[in-house]
Design a protein around this ligand. Structure first.
Ligand code: NAP
Length: 453
């Protein structure tokens, strides 16, 4: 840096999923003022839901990680893993140390159904199941109950489809993927022969996407059934093009002649679980039969008709949405699970910003975060204004790294992550898979820096 060049703005991004990476890219693309970006991550690995959310049989979607690797190669970008906000560094410390803080912490928990029996073993959140099959270090010990012939998945979004597909797919397809080894073994022994996907409303109200529906037709040995049959008779008039395509895709699946395959994926609409029954484990699900009634805004709502049905099931997965958790000291909207903001700047907080799901709630696809991050970064740069950042001296980046290392001696740097990546890819190459994931924090930290072992 020449004596006349202003010091770069030094921004910290908390969270290294797609929203965090796209925020970093937008910051690094700014030239007035130039930015340095440090990205902090709770896990020893980057990429958030691209590593631990996207289903293992969706490698094309995961290839966005190549874009993140390019961003990470920028000379003003640094990534630090194994840094937990709250445990290792506080929000207030980050605000004091950096010119601005961008929270890209996502939606870290799940919504509940709020029905009796939900706490029984055998009833789990899709967020946990997704973390389990993707090798997230919080979930290797999840004991997914796969002993009964029927599993129920509640919800009509893409996560419900991912989980249903993973429970139905022939393991011979999965053992070429980066699925966690513990999940592969459990699914190999699975007794599940039918996965029942429940929608509280109709097929026209589902939030899944057409591509994800259509690919169910490619599952070997799986027959797709839609109940009640009449539900696909919905008139096409007035439906949006997206919904029309979804309904057509579902009809296409339902119209296929049975293959005689060993597994069934059954869609059941206008049904809500009202009670999970069982002594020490889920054995049955009691369902309310719904019809659709328009609310004051004309939106079709599920209305309980009073009718009841009971189905046997040993596993119930609720895929009814992710939910954000508060960041200590920042405002929070508990209903929607997001941090209130104005164009990305946290309401009432200078120099603190949000991107991704903690900004707008758990919606949209990976690419949605690009535009979302751009909006926040534009706000941030406009707030800094022509005066530019504080001049903290040329050794500021080194001091920040030393400061982080003081708080977390087992800091994982980008080279630590490269070491993990090489171990996982090497193990994958020997088995004809993209990678074999290390699923325990300890193993990940050891791979990042074998000298620390
Ligand atoms: P989502 O799309 O919001 O779906 C949630 C589903 O849960 C809706 O069908 C909702 O029905 C239902 N639901 C909510 N509360 C319920 C209750 N109490 N009882 C019964 N059903 C209830 O969320 P998601 O599936 O978790 O996905 C999150 C985001 O990630 C979405 O934007 C999704 O597209 C994205 N994603 C994308 C992919 C992909 O591109 N392949 C894969 C996974 C996730 P109502 O409509 O009636 O509320």
């Amino acid at each position: 840096m020449s004596a006349h060049e202003p010091a770069p703005l030094h921004v910290v991004v908390v969270g290294s999923g797609p929203a965090g990476f796209y925020a970093a890219a937008a910051l690094l693309g700014a030239d007035q003022p130039a930015c340095r970006v440090d990205v902090l991550e709770r896990l020893p690995t980057p990429w958030g839901l691209v590593r631990s959310g996207v289903a293992p049989d969706h490698p094309k979607i995961k290839s966005v990680a190549d874009t993140f690797a390019q961003i990470a190669a920028h000379e003003r970008f640094r990534w630090y893993g194994n840094v937990d906000l709250g445990r290792d560094v506080t929000r207030a410390q980050l605000v004091a140390a950096y010119d601005a803080v961008v929270f890209a912490v996502g939606s870290q928990t799940d919504r509940q159904l709020g029905v009796a029996g939900e706490e029984l073993p055998g009833s789990v959140a899709a967020t946990d199941v997704v973390g389990w099959y993707n090798g997230h270090p919080d979930f290797p010990d999840l004991a997914l109950s796969l002993r009964s012939p029927r599993a129920v998945v509640v919800g009509n979004g893409n996560v419900a489809l991912d989980v249903a597909r993973m429970l139905c797919t022939d393991v011979r397809e999965l053992d070429r993927t980066d699925i966690a080894d513990h999940a592969l073994e459990a699914l190999r022994d699975s007794a599940v022969r039918e996965v029942l996907v429940l929608g509280r409303r109709g097929p026209a109200q589902a939030t899944w996407t057409t591509l994800e529906l259509r690919e169910l037709g490619d599952l070997d040995g799986v027959d797709v059934v839609v109940e009640p049959e009449g539900v696909l008779g919905v008139a096409d008039d007035g439906l949006s093009p997206v919904v029309r395509r979804n309904v057509a895709a579902l009809r296409g699946l339902a119209d296929r002649p049975p293959s005689g395959g060993s597994r069934r994926l059954v869609f059941r609409f206008l049904r809500s679980p009202v009670r999970l029954r069982g002594d020490a484990h889920v054995e049955q699900v009691e369902l309310a039969c719904n019809d659709l009634v328009a609310d004051a805004d004309g939106r079709p709502r599920a209305h309980d008709t009073g009718g009841r049905e009971v189905v046997d099931a040993g596993l119930v997965v609720r895929a009814v949405g992710y939910l954000g958790v508060p960041v200590e000291g920042l405002p929070f909207d508990p209903l929607s699970g997001h941090i209130p903001h104005e164009q990305g700047r946290v309401t009432g907080h200078d120099r603190e910003y949000v991107v991704g799901w903690i900004k707008r709630g758990p919606s949209g696809v990976i690419g949605t975060n690009k535009k979302d991050a751009r909006q926040t970064v534009e706000r941030l740069l406009a707030d800094v204004g022509p005066g530019g950042p504080r001049d903290c001296g040329p050794d500021r980046p080194d001091r920040l790294e030393a400061w982080l290392r003081e708080r977390q001696p087992r800091l994982v740097t980008d080279s630590g992550w490269q070491a993990i990546d090489a171990v996982e890819r090497g193990a994958g190459a020997r088995q004809g898979r993209p990678r074999v994931k290390l699923v325990r924090t300890r193993a990940l930290l050891d791979a990042a820096d074998p000298r620390d072992r």
